[in-house]
Ligand binder design. Structure first.
Ligand SMILES: Cc1cc2nc3c(=O)[nH]c(=O)nc-3n(C[C@H](O)[C@H](O)[C@H](O)COP(=O)(O)OP(=O)(O)OC[C@H]3O[C@@H](n4cnc5c(N)ncnc54)[C@H](O)[C@@H]3O)c2cc1C
Ligand code: FES
Length: 504
């Protein structure tokens, strides 16, 4: 697929440009990050009468992973209840289901009360047998019966004769995430909240008051700070050891309107495929069929373009009525060893600083329930989910996954002693990048469409791993903790807050 990657939601971003933080300011709560987690936190706090200031590094709100999501609103956990119950116990699994359900209810309530026209719709969710992992259905049915969670055994039909085994879960949801976030921003401003973009935060000090320092020197003094940057920055190794960065791929194709009932689907494969439908324009005779999957660890694959092709083939095989692919894109998710978000007081910043991270591929619900959780803590209220999501929690039951992910991160540093992708930068085709070894170090060299070369240090400014070229998105991706940079070195995704260094 050769068209530029862009999500189908991007066009709904607010037209009016958001200003950069103009000077140092004070407020009750500073929220860092204007994705679903940050905007929902700011909305709930502004609704409770707090003065809020939201800052974001990007030029516009809703420009992080919340722009690239597929926006399934699910309480069924994609890492499965059997896994969570086995590593954290039945009580935690019940709280996880209840809190994700509450998140869907909260989205519905905010959309209703703020009159946000975001195509919110209640739909059923289906876990269906893929070419592998069909036994998961039996395990899940048993676990969910034990936990008292609503589910029905059923079959679903795709192309071809017959049908496949499935489990149906009621009361899921779907929406247009960018329309929803634009509505949240309107509601925050209507309550006196301030939102600034192109404002990169590099340091947060907790205390009374807390201080947030931006890269251009201005500060925000606040009673509390919410870090809603998707992936934590300045976290040292404490939290990075608990979140593993993965890239996941999406295509959005035409399918005739009303040819399939709206629902969310996931198969049992690993990585799994995920499917939903979304309205196109009112005059269009089609709706979107949105199919995702093909996940891999960030910076640890070289066949990005083929992954979209495989998704397209999978989608066509299951939905032969599918028309042309309109858009395709990819983005990052951050997996935790037990599959639940890391939400609550940060273990490293000092008092009154809270974080929402570790979305585990369910950041629409984790971001929303996380916002409720941190807003309660910042307001001095008790929140019954706090211990379940605490960022400081130990996960002895998930130790194997934790160790596996950390060994993988550590092994990425062997790139320091290997050769480059190519012997000389002269061999890099137009429109591509490659890593070139020079003496003891490595360079990230991009040769643009006109043959103009950009030479950067390949050393990730975060913790010194060597970045890798992503030919699907034309980015430099760090295989260690998921920092991503444009072809010319601009930081697109943290934890790094700095760009790749240019080299003469
Ligand atoms: C392809 C794909 C499909 C997905 N599908 C689903 C799904 O169906 N359902 C679901 O629940 N989840 C899904 N997810 C996950 C979900 O989209 C994300 O977890 C969620 O959007 C994250 O929201 P957020 O607010 O935490 O982060 P973001 O939306 O990434 O917002 C974080 C913001 O913080 C800003 N920021 C970062 N660092 C700094 C800094 N130092 N200073 C200032 N600002 C900073 C960024 O610019 C960004 O705007 C999917 C993700 C992807 C990529
Ligand atoms: S993201 Fe941590 S070393 Fe690159």
């Amino acid at each position: 697929m050769d068209a530029k990657t862009e999500s189908i939601w991007s066009g709904a971003k607010p037209n009016a440009p958001t200003p950069r933080l103009p000077r140092s300011v004070s407020c009750d709560v500073c929220v860092v990050g204007a994705g679903i987690a940050g905007l929902t936190s700011a909305y709930l706090l502004a609704q409770a009468g707090k003065s809020v200031v939201v800052v974001d590094a990007k030029p516009e709100i809703a420009s992080g992973e919340s722009e690239y999501t597929t926006a399934h609103l699910a309480w069924y956990l994609d890492d499965h209840f059997t896994h969570l119950a086995s590593v954290r116990g039945d009580d935690v699994a019940k709280v996880a289901a209840a809190s994700h359900r509450a998140a869907i209810d909260l989205v519905a309530e905010i959309a209703r009360s703020e009159s946000i026209d975001c195509d919110f719709q209640r739909v059923d969710g289906y876990l269906f047998a893929g070419t592998e992992g069909a036994e998961i259905l039996d395990d899940e049915a048993k676990t969910m019966a034990r936990l008292g969670l609503p589910h029905t055994r059923c079959t679903v039909s795709f192309a071809g004769p017959g049908s496949v085994d499935a489990l149906r879960f009621p009361d899921h949801g779907q929406f247009h995430p960018v329309k929803y976030m634009a509505g949240l921003a309107r509601a925050i401003r209507a309550r006196g909240g301030e939102i600034y973009t192109r404002t990169v935060v590099e340091k947060i000090r907790g205390g009374e008051p807390c201080e947030v320092t931006t890269t251009h020197g201005d500060t925000i003094t606040a009673q509390s700070v919410v870090i809603a940057t998707n992936n934590p920055f300045e976290a040292g190794t404490t939290l990075h050891s608990k979140v593993a960065a993965y890239i996941t791929y999406v295509i959005a194709a035409e399918i005739p309107k009303n040819s399939v009932p709206p629902a969310l689907y996931w198969d049992t494969e690993d990585p799994y495929h995920y499917v939903r439908f979304a309205p196109a324009g009112p005059a269009d005779a089609f709706q979107y069929l949105i199919v995702g999957g093909e996940d891999h660890k960030t910076g640890q694959a070289e066949d990005q373009p083929e992954r979209w092709d495989r998704l397209k083939a999978w989608a066509k095989a299951h939905y032969p009525g599918m028309g042309p692919v309109h858009q395709h894109w990819s983005g990052q998710v951050f997996e935790t060893p037990d599959g639940l978000g890391l939400i609550g007081p940060t273990p490293w910043n000092g008092p009154h600083v809270y974080i929402i991270t570790g979305d585990s591929g369910m950041g629409m619900t984790h971001g929303t329930l996380g916002a409720k959780l941190v807003a309660d803590l910042a307001l001095g209220r008790v929140n019954e989910w706090a211990s379940v999501y605490s960022p400081s929690r130990l996960m002895p039951g998930a130790l194997r996954t934790l160790l596996g992910e950390n060994l993988n991160m550590a092994s990425q540093y062997t790139d320091w002693i290997t050769g480059g992708d190519i012997a000389s930068a002269d061999g890099i085709p137009k429109g591509h990048g490659a890593i070139v070894r020079t003496g003891l170090t490595k360079l990230a060299v991009y040769n643009d469409e006109h043959g103009q070369r950009t030479t950067l240090s390949a050393i990730c400014p975060h913790m010194g791993a060597i970045v890798r070229w992503n030919p699907g998105e034309s980015t430099w991706d760090c295989p260690c903790h998921g920092s991503r940079f444009s072809a010319t070195g601009t930081c697109l995704h943290g934890p790094s807050t700095a760009d790749l260094k240019p080299v003469d």
